[in-house]
Design a protein around this ligand. Structure first.
Ligand SMILES: Cc1cc2nc3c(=O)[nH]c(=O)nc-3n(C[C@H](O)[C@H](O)[C@H](O)COP(=O)(O)OP(=O)(O)OC[C@H]3O[C@@H](n4cnc5c(N)ncnc54)[C@H](O)[C@@H]3O)c2cc1C
Length: 142
């Protein structure tokens, strides 16, 4: 990570980017494109390839752009993201912690590196929640 420039009295803390996007599925990629369209820099963190779930979708008939299968749509989104200069892709990394206070969010990556920004977008998709992670839930069966 780049060295943090010195702060002058009263200046806001320097931040790594304008928005950190956690997850590189269609939602995270769309967020990065929208951010760039209004001039915001983003860092998108994804442990796998972009839009990995779309590669498992054999046929599509409900998306804009005329794409008829998942891989085609995934390739199109990936090409668009790679040409988005305001978006820095961090592939092969995952987020281990997200903390927010009044001034900024701090996102910790699996390498231990910390990124700060005024905003973060959590776009980690939908998955089954583990009852064990909910307060008061019984322990998982052995
Ligand atoms: C077999 C199949 C068929 C489908 N068919 C269709 C269809 O015909 N039409 C349709 O509209 N939809 C279809 N879907 C659903 C579609 O794939 C999802 O709606 C879409 O992928 C959701 O996008 P998302 O960005 O919200 O989440 P996801 O695609 O799940 O992306 C979330 C990303 O977050 C990343 N992530 C998770 N945790 C972390 C972390 N800690 N740090 C960093 N990154 C993290 C994951 O690696 C993942 O890449 C299908 C899905 C499947 C599996």
């Amino acid at each position: 990570m780049a060295d943090t420039p010195p702060r002058t009295a009263g200046s806001p803390p320097a931040q790594d980017t304008d928005v950190v996007i956690i997850g590189g599925g269609p939602a995270g990629c769309a967020a990065a494109r929208m951010a760039a369209s209004v001039g915001m820099r983003s860092i998108l963190i994804e442990p796998d390839v972009l839009c990995r779930n779309l590669y498992r979708v054999p046929a599509l008939n409900n998306v804009l752009g005329g794409h008829t299968n998942g891989p085609e749509l995934a390739d199109s989104i990936t090409a668009e993201l790679r040409s988005t200069q305001l978006c820095r892709l961090e592939l092969g990394r995952y987020v281990t912690e997200l903390r927010a206070d009044d001034a900024q969010v701090t996102v910790t990556v699996d390498t231990g590196a910390r990124l700060t920004a005024p905003y973060a977008i959590v776009a980690t998709g939908v998955g089954p929640s583990s009852p064990a992670t909910l307060p008061g839930s019984p322990p998982p069966a052995a």
